[in-house]
Design a protein around this ligand. Structure first.
Ligand code: HEM
Ligand SMILES: *[C@@H]1O[C@H](CO)[C@@H](O)[C@H](O)[C@H]1NC(C)=O
Ligand SMILES: *[C@@H]1O[C@H](CO)[C@@H](O)[C@H](O)[C@H]1NC(C)=O
Ligand SMILES: *[C@@H]1O[C@H](CO)[C@@H](O)[C@H](O)[C@H]1NC(C)=O
Ligand SMILES: *[C@@H]1O[C@H](CO)[C@@H](O)[C@H](O)[C@H]1NC(C)=O
Ligand SMILES: *[C@@H]1O[C@H](CO)[C@@H](O)[C@H](O)[C@H]1NC(C)=O
Ligand SMILES: *[C@@H]1O[C@H](CO)[C@@H](O)[C@H](O)[C@H]1NC(C)=O
Length: 506
């Protein structure tokens, strides 16, 4: 009897962990031949490999290295692998990527911190009607005409911080600028820096997210818990470290909630006179909140507003700061380009503030940023998605539950679309047609389709003003005392944080 039960269990396990995923892989292999590369992992081998790799290779913590090497060698369209019973497919071919991005409603994005109180209800990770409503509400604020009004604020913040730039930690100096810009965009320009225990709010949020996100690589227990329990994982036998993080999440949320409540109260008290003022994101959201009369719905909406702030802070602070940091590194690495761009800025922007008309004339700076984004985009791999139903991308059949990665970063390698694709050469972007055989889904530093980056114009505006001001004031040089590497945190980023030195120009 026991023997039969054992057989049944073994049968089930091998069906679930071996036969089922393997059948799917073989199916696609037969259909696509060499265009589909498969790699089967027995019993969680991948998780084991990933943990090992993360622990061992301190210098090259680029967990996508293997994938890039494989792509260069095989030039596949899809790469299929499995984590236990879950199939993961990485899509490298632009035409299939385009299909997936245009049909975004077929997927649910996977929240990297796997926690219900932080990002799940914000613009980036919500889905369906909930997402649509938020996107519609905020999208006009992210168009250039609205963003123009932020130019003085961005200049002021940059100016107030730039003289006190820390060469010990250049990245954190940049984060402190981009984070404050998001805070003022959200809460309003009159809002000052917000601190939690002497740490700037934006820094605390970035730290929390990084630590929570990184936990799944660092701790085998965490990654297993998440696989089984999803967002409930944090509540199940939390370790001491996890408990500490959860407390910080609570503290941080409380501070944000107080600010939101204050605004709600202010609006309620001020007899609607302020309500049409869309100067900042919070006003728009509170305006919507006040239309709701149902108590329960108000609570949900309040939670959503808090999460929207965390989402925008998370999406807008580090990405932009890391891009700036990468720009500084390449400016230091290519001193001649640095001189050419500094000259352009000197000629186009006479005063210490850079205005929006001047920004449009900075063609070289713009080209330079494009090139940095092409090769070292902080958001190198967009968020992983889960298929919520069976569907087809052209002739590729995807089943419900598969993890789908749209790996556009692999295209930067492609000679098909760029001359000397591996070379850093910003002047390529000054040509009439910088991208060969373009279909608008080849170069997508901010993703594409309906769920592209809502903040792309804001990010570029910030980066141009901040770089402009830095170039006017500083000579940027490589720090020869440190050895650099490209790491994966949440973003793909240059490490350490003092890879460049800024020297004041007299
Ligand atoms: C250099 C800076 C930035 C880069 C490289 C970047 C990149 C991206 C990418 C690739 C996505 C798509 C992710 C996916 O769905 O797979 C995205 C989405 C998003 N980004 Fe950005 N981003 C940047 C700056 C910003 C800023 C400044 C903000 C706002 C303050 C922002 C807000 C968002 C939001 C809300 C989404 C989700 C949009 C939606 O799903 O409808 N980003 N970003
Ligand atoms: C400049 O930075 C130092 C240390 O990073 C800090 O102690 C000081 O208060 C800052 N000064 C200003 C004016 O912000
Ligand atoms: C500040 O730090 C102390 C000790 O590190 C901690 O107990 C407290 O909860 C923190 N407060 C906030 C608001 O994070
Ligand atoms: C608000 O408006 C009402 C009438 O519309 C008025 O009676 C009241 O005094 C106003 N309150 C404030 C604080 O302005
Ligand atoms: C740009 O302006 C700065 C400050 O006015 C000056 O020191 C520098 O030589 C100028 N650089 C170029 C390339 O014109
Ligand atoms: C493409 O981008 C990756 C990641 O940023 C980088 O490591 C790689 O060197 C780039 N490829 C080429 C050909 O430059
Ligand atoms: C950089 O690109 C431009 C435009 O494609 C080309 O004319 C130039 O020769 C390239 N520079 C180098 C050093 O390859």
């Amino acid at each position: 009897m026991i023997i039969y039960v054992l057989y049944a269990v073994l049968g089930l396990i091998s069906y679930l962990f071996v036969i089922k995923p393997l059948t799917e892989m073989i199916r696609l292999k037969l259909q696509f031949g060499k265009d589909c590369k498969i790699s089967f992992n027995f019993f969680g081998k991948e998780i084991y490999d990933q943990l090992k790799e993360t622990k061992e290779s301190k210098n090259e913590r680029d967990i996508f290295n293997k994938q890039k090497t494989a792509y260069n060698k095989y030039q596949y369209k899809f790469f299929m692998t499995n984590m236990l019973w879950i199939i993961r497919i990485s899509i490298a071919d632009p035409l299939y990527q385009k299909e997936a991005l245009l049909n975004h409603q077929l997927y649910q994005k996977v929240d990297p911190v796997c926690h219900n109180d932080l990002l799940s209800k914000g613009l980036m990770w919500s889905k369906g009607e909930q997402w649509k409503k938020q996107r519609l509400l905020l999208s006009s604020s992210f168009e250039f005409d609205s963003l123009k009004k932020k130019v003085p604020m961005i200049n002021e913040i940059t100016q107030s911080k730039i003289d006190n730039f820390s060469n010990e930690n250049v990245l954190s100096s940049l984060q402190s600028i981009t984070g404050l810009i998001v805070i003022k965009s959200f809460f309003g320009i009159q809002t000052d820096q917000i601190y939690i225990n002497n740490t700037e709010l934006q820094v605390e949020i970035a730290n929390i997210m990084n630590e929570m996100g990184y936990m799944r690589f660092k701790s085998q227990i965490q990654s297993t818990k998440r696989l089984i329990f999803g967002t409930k994982a944090w509540k199940i036998f939390p370790t001491k470290e996890e408990k500490k993080l959860l407390q910080r999440v609570k503290d941080m949320r409380l501070i944000v909630e107080n600010l939101v409540q204050q605004r709600i109260k202010y609006f309620e008290d001020s007899n609607n006179s302020q309500i049409n003022n869309n100067e900042n994101f919070l006003n728009i959201l509170v305006n919507e909140y006040l239309k709701i009369k149902n108590k329960k719905q108000q609570e949900t909406t309040l939670d959503q507003i808090i999460q929207e702030f965390i989402t925008l802070q998370f999406a807008g602070t580090d990405t932009t700061a890391v891009l700036l940091y990468h720009c500084l590194y390449f400016l230091a690495y290519y001193p001649q380009a640095q001189e050419e761009i500094r000259r352009e800025i000197n000629e186009s922007c006479p005063s210490s503030y850079i205005n929006e008309n001047e920004i449009n004339n900075l063609k070289k700076l713009s080209a330079f940023i494009n090139e940095v984004l092409r090769l070292k985009n902080p958001a190198m791999r967009p968020i992983i998605r889960v298929a919520t139903q069976d569907h087809k991308l052209k002739d590729l059949k995807i089943k419900k539950g598969w993890l789908v990665c749209i790996d556009y970063f692999l295209q930067n390698q492609s000679e098909k679309h760029f001359d000397n694709a591996g070379q850093f050469n910003y002047t390529r972007w000054l040509q009439d047609k910088p991208i060969k055989e373009d279909n608008n889904f080849i170069y997508m530093p901010f993703s594409a389709g309906p769920r592209n980056c809502i903040g792309s114009q804001m990010a570029l505006l910030e980066v141009k003003i901040i770089l402009g001001q830095i170039l006017k004031r500083y000579q940027i040089m490589i720090n020869k005392n440190v050895e650099v590497s490209w790491e994966i945190h949440f973003n793909h980023q240059l490490s350490p944080t003092n890879a460049v030195i800024l020297n004041k120009i007299k």
